[in-house]
Design a protein around this ligand. Structure first.
Ligand code: ADP
Ligand code: ASP
Ligand code: MG
Length: 452
């Protein structure tokens, strides 16, 4: 008989958006006896115009904080859970819990508390439906008083609690500080909880079930029917998720990577698809290259560039340090710093500089007396990531030829020293087209050549 491998399974919001999705989830869990520790998100969108439970909860908290009535949104939440429970013929009724939540909100409960209740209630519902015991994440995911996540304490508590259990449902996204205050991870953070549970129970695999058949070479909203990446290394995925491939939270990689537990991204709506396996760079699986030079393309809008020009700036000792100290004084960190002999550019998120623009520019003028110093808005960053680039020549040339051919103006190029990625700065208006052009040159044309 084949040995059963212990797995932690995390289901995202769209995988638990309604009763039909819950049925798929149960079928997936029942299909493999190794799937014993289950981490749910809050119910997500049922269709494009729907609202996630998490967003409804944030809305309730905002209204409560302004002293306004939030009962309508709370009622929508209640009805959604009730509808799921009724269709699944289980007794779960969130009414009492939601009354408590409403009372807390009126007393000034925090955003984190409000948002966490989506996962909390969904965890209770799923535990009822599966017949698995419920473990409140507030008891096993630890933050310190300043709201900083505590790995060691979490591992100790989680291990102690879960090692005595055959199976459990542990809601994603939140934990608690020593005084019991609820703290959440950033958005999409149930992926992190899944990773923590996988590590705590020493799972052989962390399965992350979502609504796409794995990590795709490019965002499916930009490149419809983008190819699935079969294997990706932790490092590549971190680059891709940091740069906007939101399929997995960028911080979900650390806990399992340290323990050597692979992650398998799977599709709840197509459980027979193998999905994407995320593995260590030096593992046997990582040698299975995708068949393409690049592994993936990701990117984000919402950056700006501070362009600084001064004749002979590179001969001026401490020039760079003085510019960067202006950013530091204003509490801003930058993403990239391409430079030339007489020019230097700082690429940073628009959010980081909003409201501080003039202070920063005048600070730089005072610090280094540049010939010119100006800010350019509407910049996107695009990352082309791939472990195959190290052994392939001419990747950058192919990218830039494709972009030049499409008359796309490249603002910046930055190749990481690991040769794992090439970052390109573009104007926002060119972003989607650039992604498609790069996809075509590395994926579509290669696939076409193979089938010819
Ligand atoms: P979940 O609710 O299951 O956590 P998310 O919405 O967080 O799911 O992540 C899945 C979504 O990520 C997909 O539906 C897709 O729109 C988006 N996405 C963006 N880039 C990529 C990519 N490169 N590969 C796969 N999905 C991507
Ligand atoms: N429900 C939370 C969110 O919408 C966390 C998650 O889904 O992972 O961000
Ligand atoms: Mg997610």
């Amino acid at each position: 008989m084949a040995t059963v491998q212990l797995k932690t399974v995390k289901f995202g919001g769209s995988s638990l958006a309604d009763a039909a999705q819950f049925q798929k989830v149960r079928a997936i869990i029942e299909a493999d006896p190794g799937r014993r520790f289950v981490v749910p998100s809050a119910p997500g969108k049922r269709h494009a115009k729907d609202t996630k439970i998490t967003d409804l909860l944030y809305r309730c908290q905002k209204l409560a904080a302004e002293g306004l009535d939030f009962s309508e949104s709370l009622e929508i939440i209640r009805e959604r859970y009730l509808e799921i429970a009724k269709s699944l013929s289980i007794r779960f009724d969130p009414t009492e819990e939601l009354e408590k939540i409403g009372a807390h909100l009126k007393e000034g409960a925090t955003k984190d508390y409000a948002a966490s209740r989506g996962e909390y209630l969904n965890g209770l519902l799923l535990s009822d439906y599966l017949g698995f015991p419920f473990v409140d994440a507030a008891e096993v995911v630890c933050f310190n008083a300043a709201g900083v996540f505590q790995m060691e304490e979490t591992m100790q508590k989680m291990r102690k609690r879960l090692s005595e259990m055959e199976c459990a449902v542990i809601p994603g996204f939140y934990g608690a500080a020593p005084d019991g205050d609820i703290i959440t991870f950033s958005r999409g953070g149930s992926d992190i909880t899944g990773s923590l549970v996988a590590r705590a129970v020493r799972a052989a695999m962390y399965e992350n079930w979502t609504d796409v058949s794995g990590v795709l070479v490019a965002d499916p909203r930009i490149v419809p029917n983008a190819a699935v990446i079969n294997t990706v290394t932790y490092e590549e995925l971190r680059e891709l998720s940091y740069m906007g491939a939101t399929v997995l939270h960028e911080d979900a990689i650390f806990p399992v990577r340290a323990a050597g537990i692979p992650i398998n991204i799977r599709n709840t709506n197509d459980p027979s698809a193998p999905g994407t396996l995320i593995v260590a760079d030096d593992s046997a699986e990582s040698d299975t290259l995708t068949g393409y030079t690049i592994t993936g393309i990701a990117g984000k809008k919402g950056f700006c560039a501070i362009n600084i020009q001064k004749a002979m700036m590179n001969a001026e000792l401490g020039f760079c340090r003085r510019v960067l100290s202006v950013l530091e004084e204003n509490g801003i960190s930058f993403e990239h710093m391409p430079s030339g002999i007489d020019t230097m550019t700082l690429i940073l998120p628009e959010d980081a500089i909003r409201g501080k623009e003039q202070t920063v520019l005048s600070g730089i003028r005072k610090a280094v007396s540049p010939d010119r110093c100006e800010i350019e808005h509407g910049i996107s960053l695009l990352a082309v990531v791939g472990r195959g680039m190290r052994r392939t020549r001419g990747t950058a040339a192919r990218i830039f030829a494709a972009l030049a051919h499409a008359r796309i103006n490249v603002k910046m190029i930055d190749q990481g020293s690991s040769e794992l990625n090439i970052i390109i700065g573009l104007l926002d208006g060119d972003f989607e087209e650039a992604v498609r052009r790069i996809y075509d040159i590395f994926i579509t044309s290669v696939t076409a050549a193979e089938t010819n």
